[in-house]
Design a protein around this ligand. Structure first.
Ligand SMILES: C[S@@+](CC[C@H](N)C(=O)[O-])C[C@H]1O[C@@H](n2cnc3c(N)ncnc32)[C@H](O)[C@@H]1O
Length: 259
């Protein structure tokens, strides 16, 4: 299965939980998910919103029939209350959190809640921060060791805790998955962007606590393995010694705005 088909296979069961009618994808990017929605819900109207206009231009090239696009920031009010049957946030919440923090994310959820109709469905897929656990990271090259210490100094979203051990460091598992997801950024501009962005920002209980507080009920919560093995990302330059399987997962949430 190629990467595109793998991504589709992961998303398909989540998208199957949508309520047809008027569907909005918040942060639609170049339209990967819009395309799936448009195929599956051919009698629905799908709205894609993104703050980056050039991404929306890529969507227009797909020629999707039942889709409308809007350039705007989903952390602000764009739609009337009780407009949509389904809303989706796919791989966008970590960007909103990195730019606007928890307050910005809560505001975004409140707006999503307001614009859904009663009994409307909200679907989420994003990175999942693993529960805290000390893990040993053994460096197999000086370059990767230097890169880790630079990450520990320069990562802005949270302080990276570590202690030196023989051949490496002991650190928290969330910082390991974060480091592994970033250490491929060799070009300086890309590295700087990565140092401002966290992918693994909420544990499952943190997602659920905030979403319930905003007024959603949780119909389903699933974890899906995102990367089976860190070696696919960085080769043999580090070794991760953990009690558990490599914990790089997506969280998928199905939420409902109750009547
Ligand atoms: C990683 S992409 C995911 C795109 C799409 N959901 C997918 O899964 O293929 C995240 C997208 O969210 C957009 N985005 C981030 N913050 C946003 C905001 N506050 N309002 C609207 N779009 C936003 C970005 O411009 C980017 O195109």
């Amino acid at each position: 299965m190629d990467k595109i088909e793998q991504r589709r296979a992961v998303l398909r069961p989540l998208i199957a939980q949508a309520r047809p009618g008027l569907i909005v994808e918040f942060g639609c990017g170049s339209g990967f998910v819009l395309e799936m929605l448009s195929e599956r819900y051919s009698n629905s109207v799908i709205v894609g919103v993104d703050r980056r206009f050039e991404r929306l231009k890529n969507v227009t090239e797909k020629g999707l029939k039942n889709t409308a696009l809007l350039s705007g920031d989903v952390s602000g009010c764009l739609f009337l209350d009780e407009t949509f049957d389904t809303g989706l946030f796919i791989a966008v919440l970590h960007e909103i959190f990195s730019r606007l923090g928890v307050e910005g994310l809560v505001r975004t959820f409140e707006i999503a809640h307001a614009v859904l109709k009663k009994n409307g469905i909200l679907l989420i897929q994003d990175f999942l921060k693993p529960e805290p656990e000390p893990v040993e990271l053994i460096f197999r090259s000086e370059a990767i060791e230097r890169r880790f210490y630079r990450f520990a100094r320069e990562f802005r979203p949270r302080k990276v805790w570590y202690e030196a051990i023989d051949g490496g460091v002991r650190t928290d598992v969330a910082d390991v998955v974060e480091f592994v997801s970033k250490c491929h950024a060799v070009e300086e501009k890309h590295w700087q962007e990565e140092m401002n962005e966290t992918h693994f920002f909420f544990t499952e209980s943190e997602y659920l606590e905030i979403l319930r507080r905003v007024g959603f009920t949780v119909r389903d919560a699933k974890k899906v393995q995102r990367i089976e093995d860190w070696r696919a990302e960085i080769g043999d330059t580090i070794e991760v010694r953990s009690k558990h399987h490599y914990p790089d997962q997506w969280i998928q949430l199905v939420l409902k705005k109750e009547d």
